[in-house]
Design a protein around this ligand. Structure first.
Ligand SMILES: Nc1ncnc2c1ncn2[C@@H]1O[C@H](COP(=O)(O)OP(=O)(O)OP(=O)(O)O)[C@@H](O)[C@H]1O
Ligand SMILES: [Mg+2]
Length: 290
């Protein structure tokens, strides 16, 4: 049997079949990644989901950041209980009908970090990596996602997370790479673009520049926040698409803290318009003719 009669191999096979079945009902699987931490991946994910759902798409988000989950908070469903139905885990829905699955919903206390118990200290690193991959596989395969237009998957920082997701989803509709217009950000982001291109193909990779500029709330004066390299030029040079820029706006962070996506709260602001434009660019990107 190859697994000493434990049944592990057949359980894994069942889970993989379930995963394929669930994913077949989802038109566009989209990864939001960077490699770099703190650049706005989760903020973008929550607002893209809200903009897409408002436009009539059936959307869900999977918070693949197991150690620093943020999406339940940003979408206002922290503390909402997971239900277990006949078709698997029923994720809570954030308005307007966005399904949200996050490790946050499984951890009982705010201060409790996620701990993996390694069988030996020598194997700790490998064990953690495989435990993380197994947790993500379960999230994808055991959740009742139903028929969806978009599943947005928000990755944790670290280029290794890209390979983990690609091992579970070898084909996706788009890999959105979030960057800041700084050399420090690009240093890591370029590696992520190379890796995402190798794993999924250059045609699905699209760059989004966050904190591109700043608009003064009092006088309306606009300026670039950083004088760093242009992200559209980087995308062009690396042979991938550019999907748009989002300005720095303190209101965006405040809305995330309140659990209310900015695109729904401050519709008339340039930042909300920029987020909606990225959602529209994503839509045309995944629906472009082959
Ligand atoms: N354009 C913006 N204007 C103002 N604040 C922003 C903007 N983008 C993100 N932020 C804020 O910056 C902080 C980091 O954003 P976020 O958590 O989305 O980054 P991340 O890339 O997901 O981080 P991590 O790598 O830890 O997962 C948050 O408090 C968020 O509200
Ligand atoms: Mg995040």
């Amino acid at each position: 049997m190859g697994d000493a009669g434990s049944g592990v191999a057949s359980q894994l096979q069942d889970q993989t079949l379930r995963l394929h079945g669930r994913m077949a009902a989802i038109r566009h699987k989209v990864a939001i990644l960077s490699g770099k931490g703190g650049v706005g991946k989760s903020t973008l994910t929550s607002n893209l989901a809200a903009a897409l759902a408002e436009g009539g798409a059936r959307a869900a988000v999977l918070d693949a950041d197991l150690h620093g989950p943020a999406l339940a908070k940003m979408l206002g469903v922290r503390g909402a209980a997971l239900r277990f139905g006949p078709d698997g885990v029923e994720p809570p829905e954030a308005p307007p009908g966005i399904k949200v699955l996050s490790m946050d919903q499984l951890l009982r206390r705010d201060e409790a970090p996620l701990r993996w118990k390694a069988p030996t200290s020598e194997g700790d690193f490998v064990w953690r990596a495989s435990a993380e991959a197994a947790a993500l596989r379960e999230f994808l395969s055991d959740t009742h996602w139903g028929a969806l237009d978009f599943l947005l998957i928000d990755l944790a920082p670290g280029t290794d997370k890209i390979s983990t997701l690609a091992s579970l989803l070898p084909k996706i509709g788009a890999a959105i790479v979030v960057t800041l217009p700084t050399e420090v950000s690009q240093l890591t982001v370029r590696k992520s673009i190379t890796l995402a291109t190798e794993l999924w193909g250059a045609s699905v990779v699209g760059v989004v520049e966050n904190m591109a500029g700043y608009r003064c709330g009092r006088c309306g004066h606009e300026e670039r926040l950083f004088q760093g390299p242009d992200s559209a030029a980087m995308a062009r040079e690396m042979g991938v698409s550019f999907l748009g820029r989002i300005p720095f706006d303190p209101g965006l962070a405040e809305a995330a803290d309140r659990g209310a996506p900015y695109v729904r709260q401050a519709r008339e602001t340039p930042c909300a318009a920029a987020l909606r434009a990225v959602a529209a660019a994503l839509r045309s990107f995944v629906e472009r003719p082959a």
